[in-house]
Design a binder for this molecule. Sequence first.
Ligand SMILES: [Zn+2]
Length: 282
Amino acid sequence: MSDSSKSVQKSFEKSVKFGEKEPTEEVFTDDEPAKKRSKNSANSKNKRRAAEEKLRAEEQRAKEEEEELKKLKEVMKESAEAAQAFNRPVTQFNEYSNLASELLNSLPQTVGADILLKDVHPQDKAEALADKLLTTEDVEPRELILEITGRVSMAAEVQRSPGGGNGIFMYDGLMRGTAGEDIMGGKQEFICIETTNVARRSCTPNCVLKHVLGSQATLGIFILATKSIARGQEVTLPFDADWIQSDVPLKCVDHSTPQTCPWEEERMRVAATKARRQPRFT
Ligand SMILES: [Zn+2]
């Protein structure tokens, strides 16, 4: 072998050796710095992922906190509105005679009445049609139909016929001269309300009157259902407490003729007795 061919041979062997050492994946795994590099890259990938997750979690938490804050603000707004409604003075729908005012001012307030006196009107469940009061929706027993408003005075101050009529209601839940007192000559005297919320009377009514007394001696007299009343049906109230003293026939919605109404029958009987007795006292 010549020198030159020896050199070629060496060079060939070198190249084969070099070829053996050609970088491959396997080779890299045995290569410590490369391993380190790969590990470092995995670490930084993990770190990046962790940082991203942390960021996402923080964003989520911020979002939740924002939601909480929003809810809290809504609650605060609602309670502020409620407080405002509570502090608003009661609207005065009635007029009072001096005697009625005096009586109302002497009586204890109904706890919580102001809320009822403020918000009741938009919720009226009946409307007046000619001389009748008709429901505008189905009403269940114990439901409040509407507040009757008008001029409030003592019974002695108004011209009325016993039993009631002409939009004047004598209310027997409030009175002067109760037992032990000597007001108005010791005689019990009921309050009266003259109103345009007209409900006719019946001996079998589907409603009653009930009252509350709010701040500033504000009286609220409400029509309350005692029976189920379908929409469009007539709201009826009992005759006033002094119905038996009436000199005129009772006008009962549920009994069109005096002979069919037991109350009118009773009134006629008492009136006849009174008429028979009268000559002896004159
Ligand atoms: Zn009747």
